[in-house]
Design a protein around this ligand. Structure first.
Ligand code: 13P
Length: 255
């Protein structure tokens, strides 16, 4: 049985005063309701240290990016070693905004995954097609290329601790969600074809595959009820305490 995950990707939002109050609220919700799922919060870099203290261990902390370089003269970058020294457990890697705006390549994302794992940071590896790629029926091919590159150096020993997030670009921040059937179809393809051909049946069954793209309280439960959808990577709705709590509750109910 895979434990579901609800991860909040705050992106570049929230002044510290608001971020602190949201962290305190999430911490209280999780400690009171003890949901039956893992909860991860990925705030902007400067808040990570405070976040690990406020969240008292029940909620894990992740970064939104990570450098592919180990250390040295890379002004503005944050290494896996630095993140690890702040008790950061996860790093989001290859988010579509990093791919499209910051031109991260599949190979670069593979390097980031490799460096993160080497430094004991688990990765949330994002993949997903654009609207044009879906309309031209290339969505599975694109996701396969993205994941094969991202997982190029991930061994059998490490794969079960990595998380995959399928986030169709056309569903991110648009209010448009992939239907539960569309999402399930892609998640099943990721597990049964991409992961299984590299890691075999048993290990593929252990990998959590999250859905991301306009997840909200009103659609979370239906999405999370699908057999290969193991929770969500939440953008906009993770900035509102009540909405995030309600999505955590949906994951816990469908566990
Ligand atoms: P939204 O939930 O705002 O659509 O964002 C999804 C996302 O990009 C999470 O990483």
């Amino acid at each position: 049985m895979r434990t579901k995950i609800v991860a909040g990707n705050w992106k570049m939002n929230m002044k510290w005063v608001d971020a602190k109050s949201l962290l305190l609220g999430i911490n209280q919700y999780v400690n009171t309701h003890k949901p039956n799922c893992e909860v991860i919060v990925c705030p902007p870099y400067p808040y990570l240290d405070n976040a690990t203290e406020i969240l008292s261990g029940k909620v894990q902390v992740g970064s939104q990016n990570i450098s592919e370089y180990e250390k040295g003269a890379y002004t503005g970058e944050i290494s896996a070693e630095i993140l690890n020294s702040f008790d950061v457990s996860y790093a989001i890697v290859g988010h579509s905004e990093r791919r499209s705006i910051f031109k991260e390549s599949n190979e670069q994302i593979g390097e980031k995954v490799k460096t993160a794992i080497k430094n004991n940071i688990n990765t949330i590896i994002c993949c997903g097609e654009t609207l044009e790629e879906r309309q031209s029926d290339n969505h599975k091919k694109i996701v396969k290329e993205q994941l094969e590159a991202a997982l190029a150096d991930v061994s059998d020993k490490d794969i079960a601790n990595q998380v995959i997030a399928y986030e169709p670009v056309w569903a991110i921040g648009t209010g448009e969600t992939a239907s539960p059937a569309q999402a399930q179809e892609m998640h099943q393809f990721i597990r049964r074809e991409i992961l299984e051909s590299k890691y075999g049946n048993d290990l593929s069954d252990k990998v959590r595959i999250l859905y991301g793209g306009s997840v909200k309280p009103g659609n979370a439960e239906e999405l999370f009820s699908k057999p290969d959808i193991d929770g969500g990577l939440i953008g906009g709705a993770s900035l509102k305490e009540d909405d995030f709590a309600s999505i955590i509750n949906a994951a816990s109910r469908t566990q």
